[in-house]
Design a protein around this ligand. Structure first.
Ligand code: FNR
Length: 186
């Protein structure tokens, strides 16, 4: 039997009712056989990046994030879109994790991006920016299939489950591709 693939899942929103957290939960449910998605749940504890703070020692939640990414075979990022870009909390966490540049845990790491928004383009602009940020870390960001969950309030049911069949298929295909990329990279 093929070895289990551990994926670090990051949802770039702090709020409890986040659609992107729901999307990450859906991905965990839809993960193919042999893949386990472990959510990184300490984003709220990551302080604002400050070089002086870093010089005193990397904060423990940042160390935990770096460890989660490093030890995973791949990463899955569910990003919201804020002002056509990546939310500050997510960018901030990646900035911390990217230091020092020579040791970023994202280097050569297969990464899949997806995102949900109530808007019409389903985080397409944020995903482009996130792709660039991760590329600067040497991450192997999957070109697709793109998962743009537009009008997301219509796609989850009252319990937070991803109810839209077409979206569930897109998420499954992305996870399949991420699994293949992780096997190739490993
Ligand atoms: C937004 N939102 C938003 N949506 C979008 O599609 N494009 C955008 O540029 C923005 N800009 C934006 C800025 C700020 C500051 C906020 C707070 C929100 C709406 C956003 O997609 C919506 O709040 C989502 O529900 C956020 O994701 P979570 O928290 O549900 O995961």
């Amino acid at each position: 039997m093929a070895e289990k693939i551990v994926v670090c899942g990051i949802a770039g929103s702090l709020r409890a009712g986040s659609f992107n957290k729901m999307l990450l939960r859906a991905a965990r449910e839809l993960a193919p056989e042999g893949m386990e998605i472990r959510p990184f749940e300490r984003l709220a504890e990551v302080p604002l990046y400050d070089g002086d703070l870093e010089a005193k020692g990397v904060p423990e939640p940042v160390q935990a994030l770096k460890r989660s990414v490093r030890e995973a075979a791949a990463v899955l990022v569910c990003t919201p879109e804020y002002n056509w870009s990546v939310p500050g909390v997510l960018k901030n966490a990646i900035d911390w994790a990217s230091r020092p540049a020579a040791e970023t845990p994202f280097a050569r790491k297969p990464v899949a991006i997806l995102g949900a928004s109530p808007g019409a383009v389903g985080t397409a602009r944020a995903q482009q920016h996130l792709r660039l940020v991760l590329a600067s870390n040497g991450a192997l960001v999957l070109p697709g299939p793109e998962v743009l969950v537009a009008r997301c309030q219509e796609k989850f049911d009252a319990s937070g489950k991803l109810a839209d069949e077409a979206t569930r298929k897109f998420v499954s295909r992305l996870l399949q591709a991420l699994g293949e990329a992780a096997r190739r990279a490993g």
